[in-house]
Design a protein around this ligand. Structure first.
Ligand SMILES: NC(=O)c1ccc[n+]([C@@H]2O[C@H](COP(=O)([O-])OP(=O)(O)OC[C@H]3O[C@@H](n4cnc5c(N)ncnc54)[C@H](O)[C@@H]3O)[C@@H](O)[C@H]2O)c1
Length: 354
């Protein structure tokens, strides 16, 4: 079968990671790179042996030699570029979060449905071995009835690109909640599927970033820029069967301890799961004694990204819906919208059936 010819839109930090990952994926041809920065496009093309470069992504999308695009640009451009790509008959791997809000995500979903092309959202966490194992254990009934999930990702000093698109609500739609919070939200909703979110009570803060502190290593700060997004977000998400997901995320917060970094804890009436960077365990009890088992060995560095890339190529070939399909991106976006709205109103925000 012919290689899938890929066009990469955005050759920034994430675009380069995708180029590097797809270079190692069987059946992928790195065919074109587009970036508004010609220097970035040309540098990336030279490093990854890509033949064509564009500074206008509209021209890459119109290129008949391209089968599929990988979109890694600021979130404000996701909807416009994803819709144009789907309408032009390209398959789309779209970075997370899917869009700026649920209305935009719905627009992308409609373009996917009318075009019939493959649309996948870049939630690589789903391919981490412990998260995949958690889903399997729950399906096998080993946790009994799941009723409480704690999911989060806390960074002490991790604000990416202070003053760039990352800290602009107009460019990204939010801060840590839409950046790292959405990964853990997606993982938590995935292990709880087919339950659906029906309400969110949450709050956001920007206490550290507004002081120009808490700066991380992703991106280069622009001290002439501004910061108007969240650096800490917390939410109680109610699912339709009464299960609660407690989600928290921080780019910057004066916190330390075992929960720093991404984590997922799932509690059921017969067993539980704890996943942290340091390891993952299945917890239950037998004859009055606690029983702890290793859930899964951690995936090696970057393995989940390669599995995601391979899954995208497989879905293009088979026509199967990706694990992280447009619907899941839209669902995540509805929860994020409700979280921001709840922070404004101080009340729980109901999510309509969808
Ligand atoms: N999956 C993950 O773990 C993960 C991690 C980081 C970032 N991301 C996502 O990736 C996306 C990009 O983030 P990043 O860190 O690479 O940002 P970045 O600023 O490093 O790169 C963005 C690139 O897009 C280019 N660009 C802007 N407008 C463009 C246009 N119209 N056409 C073509 N190129 C354009 C910029 O010049 C820049 O090179 C965001 O949506 C972000 O949320 C995902």
């Amino acid at each position: 079968m012919a290689d899938v010819r890929l066009g990469f839109i955005g050759a920034g930090a994430m675009g380069i990671i995708h180029l590097d990952t797809f270079r190692g994926a069987a059946g992928a041809k790195l065919a074109a790179v587009a970036d508004v920065s010609e220097e970035r496009a040309v540098r990336a093309a030279a490093e990854y042996g890509v033949e064509k470069t564009y500074t206008d992504s509209v021209r890459l999308i119109a290129d008949p030699d391209i089968d599929a695009v990988v979109i890694s640009v600021p979130n404000a451009l996701h909807a416009e570029l994803a819709v144009a790509s789907l309408e032009a008959g390209k398959h789309v791997l779209l970075e997370k979060p899917m869009a700026m809000n649920a209305a935009e995500a719905e627009h992308i979903l409609a373009a996917q449905q009318s075009s019939g092309m493959t649309l996948m959202i870049g939630h690589q966490m789903r391919w981490k071995a412990p998260i995949a194992a958690a889903r399997r254990y729950i399906e096998e009934g080993r946790l009994g009835k799941v009723y409480y999930v704690k999911a989060g990702w806390l960074r002490r000093m991790g604000i990416p690109g202070w003053g760039t698109a990352y800290t602009s609500k107009a460019m990204m739609g939010g801060g840590c909640a839409v950046d790292i919070g959405v990964h853990m939200l997606d993982a938590a909703l995935h292990v709880c599927a087919p339950r659906k979110p029906i309400g969110v009570y949450g709050a956001i803060y920007g206490a550290i970033g507004s002081q120009r502190k808490g700066i991380g290593t992703w991106g280069v700060p622009n001290w002439n820029g501004s910061f108007d997004v969240d650096d800490l977000a917390t939410a109680m998400i109610r699912l339709n069967d009464g299960t609660i997901i407690h989600l928290e995320a921080s780019w910057a917060a004066y916190t330390d301890g075992e929960e720093n970094g991404p984590y997922l804890h799932v509690m059921g009436d017969q067993g539980g799961i704890v996943i942290r960077d340091s390891g993952s365990r299945f917890l239950t009890e037998a004859e009055g004694q606690p029983v702890n088992e290793v859930l899964a060995e951690p995936s090696g560095d970057g393995v989940e990204r390669l599995l995601l890339a391979e899954h995208f190529l497989t879905c293009i070939r088979s026509g199967a819906a990706p694990l992280t399909d447009g619907w899941s991106g839209y669902r995540n976006q509805k929860v994020l919208d409700a979280l921001y709205r709840s922070s404004e109103t101080g009340s729980e925000i109901k999510i309509d059936d969808f």
